[in-house]
Design a protein around this ligand. Structure first.
Ligand SMILES: NC(=O)c1ccc[n+]([C@@H]2O[C@H](COP(=O)([O-])OP(=O)(O)OC[C@H]3O[C@@H](n4cnc5c(N)ncnc54)[C@H](O)[C@@H]3O)[C@@H](O)[C@H]2O)c1
Ligand SMILES: [Zn+2]
Length: 354
């Protein structure tokens, strides 16, 4: 039986929605058909589309496919999709369905946010990262040559459907990218989840559906609680940034050859070290984080090709920099984070090293 996690967002407008977890693709299609929209446009990528095409071979659906890969999260793809959608008669009674990983979710969500000043959309995340992170919270965006996610909006979906079975076909590298985010949630918010990850390594790595369902549900609840607290990312939502200040810098300096999850894993180790050198995190907690990342085949050390000095300088390009001070999310213990620790470049460098 599928379970539901309700995201309650009641600002001026009620933007609340359900995350339905543990439902199969057949059930999802059934659910989509119940939506009172005239036309349903499923936006997907060239890897995911072929896996699910047969489910959407019905007159109510149009399947629109973009090439797989981050390069499709562009203005060009957005424009092409908009042209296609309008030519196919999309209107405010239409529904956009994002079927794929975070790339498709962000792109399709942003198209939905601006087409005709906003048409409803639904997320069907098919990567672990998208299931625990990018499909929840309403951040949608495309990239710009000057940086990732520079053009975007906050636009909440009508629903998120999570089929754990989708993860069966996910390449190992993508699976471990998602696990880095799962470990992040445990480190900042949930010591019990951290224990579970330590204890159930083999089941999780073999993608046992029951174990994954538990973990994904827990992560959705954690992200929901953060998003409900802070829908538009003012302060508290920065808790999710643990490992990301250093992680983003590593990602950029590697010219995105190091994938996000791996860069965040290295970032979490560096930021745990900073926390413990600052005296706010016991050293044994930092050691547990490093060990857990290793258990899930994630890297924990800065590659020798990237200089620490360059990483620290690159953190100054972060959106969270004010007056030369970088705002870090650090840890106080496993399951508890401290948001907005302001450090100068020099202080941060000393803390990573010492
Ligand atoms: N909106 C947010 O809050 C948020 C949060 C985190 C990340 N993101 C964004 O998410 C994106 C990364 O998402 P991602 O890691 O899911 O990458 P992705 O969407 O590029 O997917 C990774 C790869 O897996 C393939 N794939 C997807 N599902 C599959 C399946 N079930 N079986 C086989 N292959 C499959 C894709 O085709 C792609 O090649 C980035 O653009 C990032 O900026 C957004
Ligand atoms: Zn991340």
């Amino acid at each position: 039986m599928p379970t539901k996690v309700r995201v309650r967002l009641r600002g001026v407008i009620d933007n609340s929605y359900d995350i339905v977890i543990g439902i199969k693709i057949g059930g999802i299609v059934h659910g989509l058909l119940e939506f009172p929209s005239l036309k349903k446009f499923v936006i997907t990528d060239s890897n995911v589309g072929p896996l699910y095409r047969t489910y959407f071979k019905r007159p109510d659906f149009h399947l629109l496919t973009v090439p797989a890969g981050e390069r499709s999260k562009s203005r060009r793809s957005k424009e092409l999709l908009e042209n296609n959608l309008l030519a196919l008669g999309a209107n405010r009674d239409s529904l956009i369905v994002a079927l794929g990983g975070g790339m498709v979710g962000d792109l399709a969500g942003f198209v939905a946010a601006t087409l005709l000043r906003g048409i409803p959309y639904i997320q069907i995340p098919t990567t672990l990262l998208a299931q625990v992170d990018s499909s929840i919270g309403g951040k949608v965006a495309i990239d710009h040559p000057l940086g990732k996610n520079l053009i975007g909006a906050f636009y909440q979906p009508q629903k998120v459907y999570i089929d754990i079975g989708a993860l069966k076909t996910l390449p190992d590298r993508e699976f471990s990218n998602g696990l880095a985010e799962v470990i992040k949630y445990a480190a900042i918010l949930d010591s019990e989840l951290f224990d579970e990850l330590e204890q159930k390594q083999s089941k999780i790595l073999s993608r046992d559906e029951k174990s994954l369902l538990n973990i994904i549900k827990r992560c959705c609840e954690l992200k929901k609680s953060v998003v409900e607290e802070d829908e538009k990312e003012t302060d508290y939502r920065r808790i999710l940034n643990f490992g990301h200040t250093i992680g983003h810098a590593i990602e950029r300096l590697s010219k995105y050859r190091i994938p996000h999850g791996q860069a965040v894993a290295i970032g979490m180790v560096a930021e745990s070290t900073m926390s413990s050198h600052l005296g706010i995190l016991p050293a044994r907690h930092a050691e547990r984080i490093t060990s857990l990342l290793k258990m899930y085949n994630l890297p924990t050390e800065i590659p020798s090709t990237i200089k620490l000095e360059a990483i620290m300088r690159a953190t100054l390009q972060d959106k969270k920099v004010h007056r030369g001070m970088t705002h870090y999310t650090l840890l106080e213990r496993i399951g508890r984070a401290r948001v907005g620790v302001r450090l100068s470049l020099k202080q941060a460098r000393l803390l990573v090293q010492s």
